[in-house]
Write a protein that binds this ligand. Structure first.
Ligand code: FRU
Length: 495
């Protein structure tokens, strides 16, 4: 069975994936071999290489019965496509092999832990989608499902937990205890979304340990794709609160990506929450997952799209779905700092620098344009007087543009892709509170052909957005209401 479905997917992607040219893809962002991609899965370092899997439907640019796509890399920048790693072949996963993570097993095999979804009928004829956690072992290319799957089932959860919303195991190994742990997303009748902790001495036998944090009906009914890690003196849990109400400018309505900071008591396995924040202030950011590199950096990937905008496929597209450019995580003042993976710096070509340029009317600077760009702009008031607004436009031509506008009086940074040439009526604007830092605002803007990611004030906040503007729209311009002074640092990114 497995061999049939997997062989079919591998054959299909080999045939149709090779028809997609490099020019039709982003320069430095990951896309599926062919068809649809959502969450990054199984981000890990195995046998001398980075492995990255993803939720994958090769057959259409739409979400459907999930497979796992697969890529490997030596530097998290240049990726080589491998054949699909898993197909939904077993009866207990007939609705898809959903998100999960990876680790090296004690015997040296690569272990994938994932959510299997089984579509069956209740006695009254209604459909049930049972979600269980399963294992597959492999050599970095071919994977075999564990014959005693599943290893974690919803009946192991506290009473009142859902069996249809229990997914996305993120595994790690605790050296000191010689024990595996996994956080898993869950949903309860009483409290809404929760993050639960499981542990196993051997990967095969698991037990429920504790509930680390919960929505308390304030942050959605279900928490998907949890992850937990420590940076500095702070413990972080990232997760996706589903179907929540908007809260100020921090969270929009619907499905969000959030993180809580706090203290995890490693003995009693309790988590005391200090704060909750949005993980990204753009429109297209969902399903993050982290890993630690051999040199000790905590790296995060994520799906650069959301369930809300998943229909926004451009006509004729052969692929749909991108991942963010990998980010290095650190902690500053109890908050998460996200910076682009430093390896990108080796791919910066054709530097262009400007210092102390006074901007009033819409200004273009020679050499500052392009659709594969690493651009940093530092914005200060000219003289003593604060400007009223500062606008950066990118992917601009006579008809289209995407803009970032900073309003210092309101401390607001607004993203707007309303005029970027989308053929769908979708969410196009988002605003975030952004404060001055050392007398200026710094925006590092990573433009790739179909996206723009912005890093505010050295990674204090990020905004991830897709744009599908025609590639000939390459302009970048600056404009101030009042007068502002800027420094600009611009590179072309070439892998
Ligand atoms: C998040 C998610 C996960 C699930 C997967 C299914 O985007 O809904 O919770 O495992 O996608 O594709």
């Amino acid at each position: 069975m497995e061999t049939d479905l997997l062989a079919k997917a591998r054959e299909y992607e080999a045939k149709y994936g090779s028809l997609i040219t490099a020019e039709e893809r982003p320069v430095y962002h990951v896309t599926p071999t062919v068809g649809w991609l959502n969450d990054p899965n199984g981000l890990s370092y195995y046998d001398g290489k980075y492995h990255l899997f993803y939720q994958y439907n090769p057959y259409a640019t739409a979400w459907d019965t999930m497979h796992w796509g697969h890529l490997v890399s030596e530097d998290l920048l240049h990726w080589k496509r491998l054949p699909a790693a898993m197909a939904p072949a077993e009866p207990y996963e007939n609705y898809g092999v959903w998100s999960g993570s990876a680790i090296t097993a004690p015997d040296g095999r690569h272990l994938l832990i994932y959510t299997a979804v089984e579509d069956s009928l209740n006695e009254d004829g209604s459909r049930k989608f049972l979600q269980t956690q399963c294992l597959a072992f492999g050599d970095g290319v071919n994977y075999v499902k564990y014959e005693k799957n599943p290893v974690i089932t919803p009946d192991m959860l506290p009473e009142g937990s859902s069996s249809m919303d229990f997914r996305d195991p993120k595994i790690w190994y605790e050296e000191e205890e010689a024990c595996y742990y996994s956080v898993i997303g869950s949903s309860t009748e009483k409290y809404g979304g929760t993050v639960v902790l499981f542990r196993s001495p051997d990967l095969f036998h698991w037990e429920y340990v504790s509930t680390l944090d919960k929505s308390n009906n304030a942050y959605g009914y279900m928490w998907e794709c949890p992850d937990m890690f420590r940076l500095g003196d702070t413990d972080f849990i990232t997760f996706l609160p589903m179907k929540m109400f908007a809260k100020g400018l921090e969270f929009h309505s619907g499905n969000n990506a959030a993180y809580v900071t706090g203290t995890y008591d490693r003995k009693n396995h309790t988590f005391i929450r200090r704060n909750i924040f949005s993980l990204d202030y753009g429109i297209d950011f969902y399903a993050p997952q982290t890993m630690v590199t051999p040199d000790g950096r905590r790296i995060m990937s994520a799906w650069m799209q959301t369930p809300e905008t998943k229909e926004a496929v451009m006509p004729g597209a052969k692929w749909f779905g991108q991942l963010i450019f990998p980010r290095e995580l650190s902690e500053r003042n109890g908050k998460l700092i996200q910076r682009p993976l430093r390896e990108l710096e080796a791919c910066r070509k054709d530097p262009v620098f400007y210092e102390d340029v006074c901007v009033m009317d819409r200004t273009r600077l020679p050499g500052v344009e392009g659709r594969s760009v690493d651009l940093t702009v530092r914005i200060r008031p000219a003289g003593g007087e604060m400007y009223r607004k500062f606008i950066v436009r990118i992917a601009e031509d006579e008809e289209f543009y995407t803009s970032f506008t900073y309003d210092p009086a309101e401390s607001l940074l607004s993203f707007d892709r309303s005029y970027s040439g989308f053929m769908h009526y979708i969410l196009s604007e988002r605003k975030a509170h952004v404060r001055y830092r050392n007398g200026e605002i710094e925006l590092r803007i990573l433009i790739d052909r179909y996206s723009v990611e912005i890093f505010v004030n050295d990674g204090e906040q990020t905004m991830s957005n897709t744009i599908y503007t025609r590639q000939t729209a390459k302009g970048i311009s600056f404009e101030a209401a009042g007068a502002a002074v800027i420094d600009v640092e611009k590179y072309t990114i070439q892998l």
